[in-house]
Design a binder for this molecule. Structure first.
Ligand code: ATP
Length: 704
């Protein structure tokens, strides 16, 4: 929806002053010198966004990846950044989205320097499609809607919105297809690209930056997509910037503005239709039967003399690009105005026309003062009047009559507060837990894992079947305990290693767009995956333990609780190592080193551990977990009868006696009670979960 605008005419002289009698930000004293400036007065919150960038330069080891690139694009316009491969198109989009630091130059959004506060108003659709491969297209868009649309927006409206966007992007027919990966094919490349755009459109950004949205699409799909974007820009007065390699003639004429890059240098910036004139001015005529995009790129690549002329022409003209290219001026020309005193602007841009001598510094002062006042006014409006609910509902543009839809919805009494995030913590937690569960289910409870678990449980049950509880078989029984708890701890630890690296891109993308809190994601990951983590160990114990001769329900339940605790503790260590390393090979090596070293120094495989290395066993979670299992089995289970000959004192005095759990553990030099071991395990859990969070929060945070 367009802002409602009034027009102010500002006359200036060297020492212009604001009229103190007038309300803030509305008027300046008119002294009628030789400069007249007309500025639109924004009477509504900023629902439009003008992007300007000037002299943007990026250096990489002395090489200029971008060299003083400038341009501007206004609401309702589509700017295409075109150039051969490696010319710097993606780099420029990275800069415009705030994801890449610029070495010199400036980027302005509504005349304000690009800052974090604008992040949620900008969407950046990357070239790569970053999604969870196990989720379907609809699930992905739906979760995005739940996370990024205001909580108080009714579910039915969210569904309408999702349906509308899927339909507009021609994705309805494949909405239940999974994204897939290189192993399991899913959506096609073009469908993934459109899905990417669908997720971003949901949030109704003011500025859309799209990196090669049409590459890999057939010409019909590419044109359809461009039509959608063009309609979006026009109907909702959104600002759209896309990069393209070599558009078709039809698509080329759908752009409003064009920025031509070659090896980081600007060869042209201006209105698409003006390119014919521009080339004529340097002595090159674009043949009418040629695709202009193709022709222009061909000239740029193959004719160094033309290229040089283009660079010179671009350099000459970009000094006052703002004046030349702002929408106000173009509208002014279109509307046939030719009044030196006033330019009318129908958007949130700024129009300046000068007659007589130049007053650049003065004009800058006016602009700065004006926008300072205006921004205060706008900020106030944003806080007071524009809720995220309103913004989100604007998107029904794709359902047809956007204005009427918007009007009806924006008058809706959504009373969302102005929040940092579109949804509250608990809503984020619920949605992310649900998504995590769905996403991880197929991975963690795969057929292969079921097969492995049931197979191992039956094997263990068969090997240790109905094992006698006598001293003679004590070591065998301990073997089952050691095997079972070590296996499940390692299974959980190694399973968790890949958890963050595989999700990193998706999470970073979502964190950059400010969809949710990291803490909500982290907690949701723990809780969402909890039922999945405990399922297989439960199945294993349920099959194998009764086969060993456990007939007490109490003992079985206790054993299960502690086995699951051990598994969750090990998973925390895996999360931490995975978050630290991000590289699978490194994390596997580190984990293997840690777990094997602690087993070795635990004295389970050899008793010849040097005295001064004895302490290492206490850093092993396996040590505490194993002690606990023994305490439970030997205290709560059937008593262990003495055998002959015996190594226990109690048996030497009385051959029919039983060996208590304390004596068994004492023989292993382990005397800590159940509660101490459990406490240490809980400490492992808390410390590693906390460290994992800290790593993601402070070390693995996405670059902005
Ligand atoms: N971080 C970086 N380190 C080194 N070189 C870089 C870096 N980022 C970009 N470049 C270089 O800058 C140039 C422009 O890269 P960019 O990805 O912006 O090109 P592009 O026009 O988007 O190319 P394509 O159309 O092939 O995607 C390339 O030569 C690239 O190798």
């Amino acid at each position: 929806m367009a802002c409602a605008l009034d027009y102010l005419t500002i006359g200036v002289e060297e020492d212009f002053k604001r009229d103190p009698a007038m309300p803030s930000g509305t008027i300046y004293t008119v002294q009628g010198e030789s400069i007249t400036v007309t500025i639109p007065f924004i009477t509504d919150s900023p629902r439009t966004l003008q992007l300007s960038f000037q002299d943007v330069t990026i250096l990489h080891q002395e090489r200029k990846i971008l060299n003083e690139v400038s341009g501007t694009v206004s609401p309702g316009e589509v700017l295409a950044i075109m150039g051969p491969s490696g010319s710097g198109k993606t780099t420029l989009l990275d800069c415009l989205s705030g994801q890449r630091h610029i070495d010199s130059g400036a980027i302005f959004l509504n005349r304000e320097p690009l800052s974090k506060k604008w992040r949620r108003k900008i969407c950046y659709v990357l070239q790569e499609e970053i999604f969870f491969s196990g989720l379907t297209l609809r699930e992905t868009v739906w979760y995005t809607a739940l996370l990024r649309l205001p909580e108080k927006m009714p579910k039915s409206q969210k569904i309408t919105l999702v349906d509308g966007i899927l339909e507009a992007l021609d994705l309805t027919f494949c909405q239940h297809t999974k994204f897939g990966d290189y192993m399991n094919r899913g959506l096609s490349g073009g469908e993934k690209k459109r899905a990417n755009i669908a997720c971003e459109l949901l949030t109704n950004p003011l500025l859309m930056l799209l990196d090669e949205p049409t590459s890999g699409l057939d010409s019909h799909s590419a044109i359809s997509l461009m039509k959608v974007l063009k309609r979006y820009a026009l109907q909702e007065l959104k600002t759209v910037v896309i990069t393209v390699h070599q558009p078709s003639s039809q698509m080329f004429h759908m752009f409003d503005k064009l920025l031509l890059l070659y090896n980081g240098d600007m060869a042209y910036f201006g209105e698409v239709n003006s390119i014919y004139r521009y080339f004529e001015d340097i002595g090159v005529v674009i043949e009418p039967h040629y695709n202009p995009a193709e022709f222009v790129l061909e000239q740029l690549k193959s004719h160094p003399d033309v290229r040089e002329k283009l660079f010179i022409a671009a350099r000459e003209s970009h000094g006052n690009f703002l004046n030349r290219n702002c929408i106000a001026c173009s509208n002014h020309k279109k509307n046939g105005f030719n009044n030196n005193k006033m330019i009318q602007n129908d958007s949130a841009g700024l129009a300046i026309e000068k007659s007589g001598r130049q007053h650049d510094a003065l004009i800058n002062d006016i602009i700065n003062n004006y926008y300072k006042d205006q921004q205060q006014h706008v900020d106030h409006h944003v806080v007071m009047n524009q809720s995220p609910c309103e913004e989100a509902t604007e998107q029904l543009w794709c359902g047809g009559d956007s204005q009427s839809n918007f009007s009806s919805l924006s008058s809706d009494s959504h009373s969302c507060d102005w929040l940092d995030y579109p949804t509250r913590f608990c809503a984020q937690f619920c949605v992310l837990s649900n998504r995590n569960f769905k996403e991880a289910k197929s991975r963690m409870l795969s057929k292969l894992n079921w097969f492995q678990t049931v197979g191992l449980a039956l094997m263990a049950g068969a090997i240790w079947f109905n094992i006698p509880r006598t001293e003679e078989y004590l070591h065998d029984l301990q073997g089952w305990m050691f095997f079972s708890q070590t296996y499940w701890m390692l299974f959980a630890l190694f399973g968790a290693l890949n958890s963050f690296p595989s999700e990193r891109e998706v999470i970073n993308k979502e964190r950059r767009s400010g969809s949710y809190r990291l803490s909500a994601y982290y907690l949701a990951k723990m809780f969402g995956e909890l039922p999945l983590v405990v399922t297989l160990p439960t199945v294993y114990l349920t099959i194998s333990y009764p086969m060993l001769g456990c007939s007490s329900l109490k003992l079985f339940s206790l054993m299960l609780i502690f086995l699951l605790l051990n598994t969750i503790v090990a998973q925390s260590v895996g999360f931490f190592i995975g978050a630290c390393c991000m590289d699978m090979n490194v994390s596997i090596t580190l984990s293997a080193l840690y777990t094997l070293a602690t087993q070795l120094f635990g004295g389970y495989l050899t008793t010849r551990i040097p005295e001064y290395l004895n302490w290492i066993r206490y850093t092993s979670m396996i040590h505490y977990a194993y002690q606990n299992m023994q305490i439970l089995e030997f205290r709560e289970g059937r008593p262990i009868e003495c055998s002959y000959p015996s190594s226990y004192e109690v048996c030497k005095n009385n051959a029919t006696a039983f060996i208590s759990y304390k004596e068994i553990l004492k023989a292993q030099n382990s005397t800590s009670p159940l509660w101490v071991n459990t406490l240490v395990l809980m400490m492992f859990f808390l410390v590693f979960r906390g460290l994992g969070y800290a790593v993601l929060r402070y070390i693995r945070c996405p670059k902005t």
